[in-house]
Design a protein around this ligand. Sequence first.
Ligand code: ZN
Length: 306
Amino acid sequence: MISADTRLFGAVEAGGTKFVCAIGDASGRLIAEHRLATRDPASTLAETFAFLHRVESQHGRLDAIGLASFGPVDLDRRSPTYGRILKTPKPGWSQVDLVGGFTREFGARVGFDTDVNAAACAEHRWGAARDADTLVYVTIGTGIGGGVLAGGRPLHGLMHPEIGHVYPRRHAFDRDFAGVCPFHRDCLEGLASGPAIAARSGAPLDRLEDSHPQWDIEADYLGQLCAQLVFTLSPQRIILGGGVMNQARLLPMVRCQARHWLQDYLDRPELSSGLDRYIIAPGLGAQSGVLGALALAIDAAEASAR
Ligand code: ZN
C-alpha cells in the first residue's frame, strides 16, 4: 500500500541497450518498473513518458525525476547544452536533450548524471558502500564505465570520469589483439569489455574453461584498473559490477591481480588482508543503475527544497 503522503519519484536508467524506468519512494523502494529496448530517441522517450504518465495517474504526482544516462553527457549546469547526450556512436542519440525533454513533459525537477555516477550514489545510499563516501563504481559489460563519489558527491569536473578508456599495460599473452574500442582500439574497454573478450576468444567468459588464458588476461586488466584507481582517487571502496563480473570466480582473481599491481606500496590493511572487503560486488546487484536514478531524483527534490 502506498499512503497518500508518500513522496514519489521517477527513475530512468537510460542505457545504451535498454531503458529501465521506475517509480519509487525516498526509502529506495521501487513501486512500479518498466523495461524497454533502447531504439531511436523519439520512440524510446515516448514509451518512457507513457509509462511515467501512467504511474502518475495511478499513484500520484512525481516529486522529481532522476535520469541516469549512458554517456558522454553534459553535466555542466552553466553550459547551453546541459542535460544533453554528447557525441555518441549510438545512431540518433548525439545531442538529444534528455533533461529538457523530461522537464517539458512533466514540469518536475530533474536530477541528471551518468549511469555509473548514479550507481555509485545508490551503492552509497542503500548498497554495499553505506559506510564509504568516497568510492568508485565500475561496470564491466558491453562497455566499461566508472562513476566516482567523492565526499558523498558524484565527481564532475571538466566533464565526468571515463574510467573505461584508460590504457592498461599489455598482458604477456595478449600482445597481438588489436582491441575493439572504436576510438582508442586497445584502451581498457577495447581489451577487457564483453565484446573484447568475445572478439579475442570467440566466446564469452562463462563459456570458456577455467584454464583458458582469457581468465588471467581479464583479471590482470581489471586488477591494473583497481590499482590505478587506488593510486589516482584513493577511494574507500571499489565496486565492480556489470555482466562480465557475473562470473563469480573472476572477482577473487581481480583482487589477486590488484594486490600484485599495488606491490604493497601503500601500507593499509584494506589493500592487503582486507582486500575482499575493499574490492567488492555491488550490494544492489543489477538494480544499482535504476536505484541510482531514484537517488538522483531524491537529491534533486532535496536541492529544490533548500
Ligand atoms: Zn576507448
